[in-house]
Design a protein around this ligand. Structure first.
Ligand SMILES: [Zn+2]
Length: 420
């Protein structure tokens, strides 16, 4: 089937396009770009994108789809439906399922479930067997089965010698190592950021140093081994500074942050709201300022969600006892566009961090509107006001601190492989 997307403003950072163009899609591929009105529509389904932005399909390189093992929180079907609703055409799913994605059969199961999904799914394999941090998983097997990176996300890999070996091994397949930077001896049963507010609330704190020392360790190991390292969910001033310095020295390190780390501070924990509990925890205004500066100057390459669905029964109750994490697929774009409205990022920079950069870090042939590329396209209404309503989420879970927030801008159409 052919689709003609007309009258929209195209932003395609990879091809340095920022202007009005029509796009023709045939058989799932982008086949023509042309001046408005220049492409013939015969036989095509016409999508009128007047006053809309047309961008490469968004890519979220950090989600938890929960299947297999935790289907009451999310399934690959509901998670990819949430992705599509949020404007994401591709998502990468972390391996902390049950069983953990540490071998070919689990990777193949995820890929087979994903075939029926609403968005593309790229699995991430575990670094260690069962993500237990004791023994390396078969990185070659995971790579061959279709994993695009390895990570023990959800848990830090505390054994530095094992991380070194994983990094050395990763070079054989040029596998990306994604690190969850947390020293668990420092975070030690903490439930929120350590500081004035944790003291006031009487909650056990997680110091910034729990993240910073691990960021420093992994950058040091990556510099030593020469592997490609990607740091997940960066939340602190210290991490941003370490990454900036490492990049200047030429270390092959990239980094992501999540919308909650540039939108909220630990003030959100007042009232003991379980929806403000995530790991790493919400930090201070100084950290938020550093994250925004890191996004602006390119220290932080990617905006990812760390979409972490949990059932409402488990995510309600005492702050100490509820699990860490929030869903993010359906609010990420709106929260990122706030950065554009505040002047922190240009629209092009925002789109780059949501599509082109994750694609290039993961070496996916995605993230552009190049002729011949898969027709993964997101159409955004940049001006549309809307209110977040968790009850309307396509995700199976509703755990978000942004319920009821008024946002400007959202995805109005997400096209995956030429399918609307
Ligand atoms: Zn995660």
């Amino acid at each position: 089937m052919n689709i003609l997307i007309k009258n929209g403003s195209v932003i395609d950072p990879a091809n340095k396009i920022d202007g009005k163009l029509d796009i023709l899609v045939s058989d799932g591929k982008i086949t023509k770009l042309g001046k408005p009105g220049s492409l013939s529509s015969d036989g095509s389904q016409v999508v009128d994108a007047a006053d809309k932005l047309i961008v490469p399909g968004l890519i979220d390189m950090h989600v938890h789809l929960r299947e297999p093992g935790f289907e009451y929180k999310e399934t690959i079907a509901t998670g990819t439906a949430a992705a599509k609703a949020g404007g994401f055409t591709s998502v990468c799913c972390m391996p902390n399922t049950n069983p953990v994605n540490d071998n070919r059969s689990i990777t193949e199961f995820i890929l087979s479930q994903a075939r029926e999904g609403s968005a593309r799914v790229y699995p991430i394999g575990a670094i260690t067997k069962g993500s237990k941090g004791e023994e390396l998983a078969e990185m070659g097997e995971l790579h061959q089965a279709g994993c695009v990176a390895v990570s023990d996300d959800g848990r830090p890999l505390m054994n530095a010698a094992l991380m070194r070996r994983a990094m050395e091994y990763s070079k054989i397949f040029d596998t990306l190592i994604i690190s969850h930077c947390e020293d668990s001896t420092l975070s030690d049963k903490g439930v929120m950021n350590e500081g004035a507010i944790s003291t006031e609330l009487g909650l056990r704190g997680i110091p910034c140093s729990a993240e910073d020392v691990m960021t420093a360790r992994d950058i040091s190991l990556a510099e030593f081994t020469g592997c490609r390292l990607h740091l997940a969910h960066v939340s602190t001033v210290g991490s941003v500074n370490l990454i900036r310095e490492a990049k200047k020295r030429g270390v092959k390190v990239t980094a992501e942050t999540c919308p909650h780390y540039f939108t909220l501070t630990d003030e959100a924990v007042r009232g003991y709201d379980p929806m403000a509990k995530m790991n790493p925890p919400l930090r201070t205004a100084d950290d938020v300022a550093a994250i925004k500066q890191g996004l602006k100057d390119g220290t932080i390459d990617v905006i990812a969600t760390d979409h972490a669905p949990h059932g409402m029964d488990e995510k309600s109750g005492e702050f100490d006892n509820v699990p860490f994490g929030i869903v993010g697929l359906e609010t990420a774009l709106g929260l990122t566009l706030k950065l554009v409205q505040e002047g922190v990022l240009s629209m092009t920079e925002a789109i780059r961090k949501l599509s082109m950069n994750p694609a290039s870090i993961l070496k996916l042939n995605k993230g552009s509107l190049t002729i011949g590329a898969d027709a993964d396209i997101t159409i955004i209404d940049p001006d549309g006001d809307w209110t977040v309503d968790a009850l309307q989420f396509k995700s199976r879970s509703r755990n978000t601190p942004f319920d009821g927030w008024k946002l400007k801008g959202r995805a109005v159409q997400t096209i995956v492989g030429g399918k609307i």
